[in-house]
Design a protein around this ligand. Sequence first.
Ligand SMILES: [Mn+2]
Length: 310
Amino acid sequence: MYKIRLLTHIADPDGAFPVILSKLVFQNLEYDLLQVDEVDDKVKEILPIIEQYDYVYIVDLNISKELAQTIEQNEIYKQKIRVIDHHFGKMDMNQFSFIEVVDIDEIGIKQSGTSLYLKNLIQNFDTPILHKPCIQTLVDYIRRIDTWTWQELPEAKGISSLFNIFGVDYFIEHYYTYVKEHDTFSYDDKDLYLLEVENIQIQNYINKVKDDIIPVKVDGYCVGVLFSDRYTSDVGNALAEMYKGTYDFIAMIKLRTKNISYRAVKDNIDLTVFTQKYGGNGHKHAAGSPIPDMVPTNIIHEIFPGSEVL
Ligand SMILES: [Mn+2]
């Protein structure tokens, strides 16, 4: 029986579904849901105890070049660790033998962390359950949401909204049970009602925040900056559409989770170039970067001069 450790992305269904797939295939599984900037530290924690795992999968996330070099030089590390990623900005990590970054596959289909991980599991640990139509459908929906190709199949979008409503832990629990108990996937009446309410809330929220944008010039770009940590994807897409011709991209500052999400407004923008300077990562038209640790404290000092953060 294999013992598996999975490190995956906490932010969206593309990170959550690999947990479900792993639970279906491996009885002995430990997993961590991580932010992009937490991966290196977690891997460094695991390296000294890596003997106890057969494989350590890192999905929809990546590691630093320095850490990749350390792993590549160690026979055991590189045999056990598998990085499966699809972020365009991490393409050059394919130089390492244990890292696979695929943006578009050999037949021209844009890939996501979940879709690549499913392929990997089928190749290496094939079990009948992975071929269930409901898994194929859900993985395809998630892949489309994550690669902005869901417009051709609008029903895919519902999974993203249900993830936002449920939160990551309930999402995993709910769909793990679902795929075990069902052959095919469809939204039920409860899902549809939740989606309707969610849609109204998103529209109301976008209407409220659309006028809160602060125009900022940075590194030669004209950026629409917004403090917003809700409905990132919908807000980003709606604002990018509304502000065509005004901004190069939208930056949504999320203080609570200490990260920034970017959405390109103009087609010719490559956000991987901009975010690299700020320790970020992502795709050409959607990317993220961390907020430096001291920023929340600095803001408190700014608001309450002379204050002391305990
Ligand atoms: Mn992804």
